[in-house]
Design a protein around this ligand. Structure first.
Ligand code: SAM
Length: 203
Protein backbone atom coordinates (compact mmCIF):
# COMPACT_ATOMS: atom_id res chain seq x y z
CA UNK A 1 0.00 0.00 0.00
CA UNK A 2 1.51 3.31 -1.09
CA UNK A 3 0.91 6.65 0.59
CA UNK A 4 1.19 10.14 -0.78
CA UNK A 5 4.65 10.37 0.81
CA UNK A 6 5.88 7.60 -1.48
CA UNK A 7 4.80 9.59 -4.54
CA UNK A 8 5.30 13.26 -3.66
CA UNK A 9 8.87 14.50 -4.16
CA UNK A 10 10.47 17.44 -2.43
CA UNK A 11 12.41 19.21 -5.24
CA UNK A 12 15.20 20.03 -2.77
CA UNK A 13 15.69 16.32 -2.02
CA UNK A 14 16.69 15.69 -5.64
CA UNK A 15 19.91 17.67 -5.36
CA UNK A 16 21.22 20.26 -7.82
CA UNK A 17 21.51 17.66 -10.57
CA UNK A 18 18.39 15.49 -10.39
CA UNK A 19 19.27 11.83 -9.97
CA UNK A 20 16.40 9.87 -11.50
CA UNK A 21 17.93 6.46 -10.76
CA UNK A 22 17.97 7.31 -7.06
CA UNK A 23 14.48 8.81 -7.25
CA UNK A 24 12.87 5.71 -8.77
CA UNK A 25 15.28 3.12 -7.42
CA UNK A 26 16.00 1.73 -10.89
CA UNK A 27 17.42 2.69 -14.31
CA UNK A 28 14.24 2.37 -16.37
CA UNK A 29 13.42 5.07 -18.95
CA UNK A 30 12.01 8.25 -17.41
CA UNK A 31 9.21 10.32 -18.92
CA UNK A 32 8.45 13.81 -17.63
CA UNK A 33 5.07 15.52 -17.86
CA UNK A 34 5.06 19.25 -17.21
CA UNK A 35 1.85 20.70 -15.83
CA UNK A 36 0.32 17.31 -15.07
CA UNK A 37 -2.73 18.90 -13.42
CA UNK A 38 -4.85 16.23 -11.73
CA UNK A 39 -2.67 13.50 -13.23
CA UNK A 40 -5.08 11.77 -15.62
CA UNK A 41 -2.50 11.31 -18.36
CA UNK A 42 0.21 10.19 -15.93
CA UNK A 43 -2.14 7.67 -14.38
CA UNK A 44 -3.08 6.02 -17.68
CA UNK A 45 0.49 6.01 -18.97
CA UNK A 46 1.99 4.63 -15.77
CA UNK A 47 -0.59 1.84 -15.65
CA UNK A 48 -0.01 0.98 -19.32
CA UNK A 49 3.80 1.06 -19.02
CA UNK A 50 5.00 -0.38 -15.72
CA UNK A 51 8.41 -0.82 -17.40
CA UNK A 52 8.80 3.00 -17.51
CA UNK A 53 9.06 5.69 -14.86
CA UNK A 54 6.91 8.81 -14.87
CA UNK A 55 7.60 12.14 -13.18
CA UNK A 56 4.84 14.75 -13.15
CA UNK A 57 5.59 18.36 -12.30
CA UNK A 58 2.73 20.58 -11.24
CA UNK A 59 2.89 24.10 -9.88
CA UNK A 60 -0.60 24.39 -8.39
CA UNK A 61 -0.54 22.97 -4.88
CA UNK A 62 -4.09 21.61 -4.94
CA UNK A 63 -3.52 19.73 -8.22
CA UNK A 64 -0.10 18.49 -7.10
CA UNK A 65 -1.61 16.99 -3.95
CA UNK A 66 -4.58 15.59 -5.83
CA UNK A 67 -2.32 13.92 -8.41
CA UNK A 68 0.09 12.50 -5.80
CA UNK A 69 -2.77 11.10 -3.73
CA UNK A 70 -4.38 9.63 -6.86
CA UNK A 71 -1.16 7.80 -7.86
CA UNK A 72 -0.79 6.44 -4.32
CA UNK A 73 -4.36 5.15 -4.29
CA UNK A 74 -3.68 3.32 -7.54
CA UNK A 75 -0.47 1.87 -6.03
CA UNK A 76 1.71 3.19 -8.84
CA UNK A 77 5.30 2.75 -7.74
CA UNK A 78 6.59 3.99 -11.11
CA UNK A 79 5.23 7.54 -10.66
CA UNK A 80 6.50 10.54 -8.74
CA UNK A 81 4.87 13.96 -8.56
CA UNK A 82 6.76 17.10 -7.69
CA UNK A 83 5.66 20.67 -7.03
CA UNK A 84 7.98 23.25 -8.55
CA UNK A 85 8.35 25.62 -11.48
CA UNK A 86 9.22 23.19 -14.25
CA UNK A 87 11.09 25.64 -16.42
CA UNK A 88 14.19 26.25 -14.27
CA UNK A 89 14.09 22.59 -13.29
CA UNK A 90 14.36 21.45 -16.91
CA UNK A 91 16.80 24.19 -17.91
CA UNK A 92 19.23 23.68 -15.02
CA UNK A 93 18.70 20.46 -13.11
CA UNK A 94 17.95 17.72 -15.62
CA UNK A 95 21.02 15.95 -16.98
CA UNK A 96 21.68 15.75 -20.70
CA UNK A 97 20.15 12.68 -22.33
CA UNK A 98 18.32 11.59 -19.18
CA UNK A 99 14.70 11.60 -20.41
CA UNK A 100 12.93 9.19 -22.74
CA UNK A 101 10.02 11.57 -23.26
CA UNK A 102 8.83 15.04 -22.40
CA UNK A 103 5.08 15.73 -22.39
CA UNK A 104 3.61 19.24 -22.38
CA UNK A 105 -0.17 19.23 -22.73
CA UNK A 106 -2.21 22.41 -22.67
CA UNK A 107 0.45 24.62 -21.10
CA UNK A 108 -0.97 27.93 -19.85
CA UNK A 109 -1.24 30.10 -23.01
CA UNK A 110 -0.82 33.51 -21.38
CA UNK A 111 -2.79 35.11 -24.22
CA UNK A 112 -2.12 38.77 -23.37
CA UNK A 113 0.85 40.12 -25.28
CA UNK A 114 2.49 41.56 -22.16
CA UNK A 115 2.30 38.13 -20.46
CA UNK A 116 3.75 36.07 -23.30
CA UNK A 117 7.18 36.02 -21.73
CA UNK A 118 5.68 33.78 -19.03
CA UNK A 119 5.01 31.01 -21.55
CA UNK A 120 6.84 27.77 -20.85
CA UNK A 121 7.70 26.77 -24.41
CA UNK A 122 10.06 29.33 -25.89
CA UNK A 123 13.43 29.03 -27.63
CA UNK A 124 15.27 28.36 -24.34
CA UNK A 125 12.89 25.56 -23.44
CA UNK A 126 13.22 23.96 -26.89
CA UNK A 127 17.00 24.10 -26.52
CA UNK A 128 16.79 22.49 -23.07
CA UNK A 129 14.39 19.82 -24.36
CA UNK A 130 16.85 18.92 -27.11
CA UNK A 131 19.55 18.59 -24.45
CA UNK A 132 17.69 16.56 -21.81
CA UNK A 133 16.12 14.02 -24.17
CA UNK A 134 18.05 10.86 -24.91
CA UNK A 135 18.63 9.99 -28.58
CA UNK A 136 15.31 8.58 -29.80
CA UNK A 137 13.50 10.51 -27.05
CA UNK A 138 10.21 12.17 -27.80
CA UNK A 139 8.83 15.65 -27.15
CA UNK A 140 5.06 16.04 -27.48
CA UNK A 141 3.05 19.25 -27.11
CA UNK A 142 -0.66 19.86 -27.39
CA UNK A 143 -2.72 23.03 -27.12
CA UNK A 144 -6.08 24.51 -28.01
CA UNK A 145 -4.47 27.94 -28.43
CA UNK A 146 -3.54 28.35 -32.11
CA UNK A 147 -1.15 31.25 -31.72
CA UNK A 148 0.80 29.68 -28.83
CA UNK A 149 0.85 26.39 -30.69
CA UNK A 150 2.41 28.13 -33.73
CA UNK A 151 5.07 29.60 -31.45
CA UNK A 152 5.80 26.19 -29.91
CA UNK A 153 5.96 24.59 -33.35
CA UNK A 154 8.36 27.25 -34.63
CA UNK A 155 10.84 27.00 -31.74
CA UNK A 156 10.72 23.21 -31.60
CA UNK A 157 11.04 22.57 -35.33
CA UNK A 158 13.87 25.11 -35.57
CA UNK A 159 16.05 22.68 -33.59
CA UNK A 160 18.17 20.50 -35.85
CA UNK A 161 18.07 17.73 -33.21
CA UNK A 162 14.35 17.17 -33.78
CA UNK A 163 12.48 15.35 -36.49
CA UNK A 164 8.66 15.41 -36.73
CA UNK A 165 7.01 12.16 -35.60
CA UNK A 166 3.47 10.77 -35.39
CA UNK A 167 1.67 12.24 -32.39
CA UNK A 168 -0.03 9.00 -31.47
CA UNK A 169 2.29 6.02 -31.30
CA UNK A 170 2.59 2.82 -29.34
CA UNK A 171 3.71 4.73 -26.22
CA UNK A 172 0.56 6.88 -26.11
CA UNK A 173 -2.28 4.40 -25.80
CA UNK A 174 -4.73 3.38 -28.46
CA UNK A 175 -4.68 5.34 -31.72
CA UNK A 176 -7.51 7.84 -31.86
CA UNK A 177 -8.19 7.71 -28.12
CA UNK A 178 -6.36 10.99 -27.52
CA UNK A 179 -4.56 11.85 -24.32
CA UNK A 180 -7.69 12.31 -22.25
CA UNK A 181 -6.14 14.98 -20.10
CA UNK A 182 -8.70 17.06 -18.21
CA UNK A 183 -8.26 19.99 -20.56
CA UNK A 184 -8.38 17.88 -23.68
CA UNK A 185 -11.64 16.28 -22.58
CA UNK A 186 -13.14 19.68 -21.69
CA UNK A 187 -12.08 21.37 -24.92
CA UNK A 188 -13.17 18.51 -27.17
CA UNK A 189 -16.56 18.60 -25.46
CA UNK A 190 -16.73 22.32 -26.23
CA UNK A 191 -15.89 21.58 -29.89
CA UNK A 192 -12.61 23.49 -29.84
CA UNK A 193 -9.78 22.65 -32.22
CA UNK A 194 -6.78 20.91 -30.66
CA UNK A 195 -3.28 21.26 -32.10
CA UNK A 196 -0.66 18.58 -31.63
CA UNK A 197 3.02 18.14 -32.38
CA UNK A 198 5.46 15.36 -31.61
CA UNK A 199 9.13 15.24 -32.49
CA UNK A 200 11.86 12.72 -31.92
CA UNK A 201 15.46 13.54 -31.12
CA UNK A 202 17.26 11.78 -33.90
CA UNK A 203 20.85 12.93 -33.33
C1 SAM B 1 -4.09 24.43 -18.53
S1 SAM B 1 -3.55 23.36 -17.29
C2 SAM B 1 -3.36 21.79 -18.15
C3 SAM B 1 -3.31 20.61 -17.21
C4 SAM B 1 -3.17 19.25 -17.90
N1 SAM B 1 -1.92 19.15 -18.62
C5 SAM B 1 -4.31 18.97 -18.84
O1 SAM B 1 -4.12 18.95 -20.05
O2 SAM B 1 -5.42 18.76 -18.31
C6 SAM B 1 -1.83 23.84 -17.13
C7 SAM B 1 -1.22 23.27 -15.87
O3 SAM B 1 0.17 23.54 -15.87
C8 SAM B 1 0.56 23.98 -14.58
N2 SAM B 1 1.75 24.82 -14.78
C9 SAM B 1 1.80 25.98 -15.45
N3 SAM B 1 3.04 26.46 -15.47
C10 SAM B 1 3.81 25.56 -14.80
C11 SAM B 1 5.20 25.49 -14.48
N4 SAM B 1 6.04 26.44 -14.86
N5 SAM B 1 5.63 24.43 -13.78
C12 SAM B 1 4.78 23.46 -13.39
N6 SAM B 1 3.45 23.47 -13.66
C13 SAM B 1 2.98 24.50 -14.37
C14 SAM B 1 -0.66 24.73 -14.07
O4 SAM B 1 -0.68 24.81 -12.65
C15 SAM B 1 -1.80 23.88 -14.61
O5 SAM B 1 -2.18 22.87 -13.72
Amino acid sequence: MLTMNDIAVDPLSLGEAADFSALFGNDRPVELEIGCGKGGFLLRQARAHPERNYLGIEWANAYYKFAADRMARWGLGNVRVMRCDAKPFVLRRVAAGSLAALHVYHPDPWPKRRHRKRRLVQADFAEAAARVLAPGGRLAVQSDHAEYFCQMQAVILSRAEFMAAPFEDETIGAAGAGLQTNYEVKYLREGRAIYRLAVVKWT
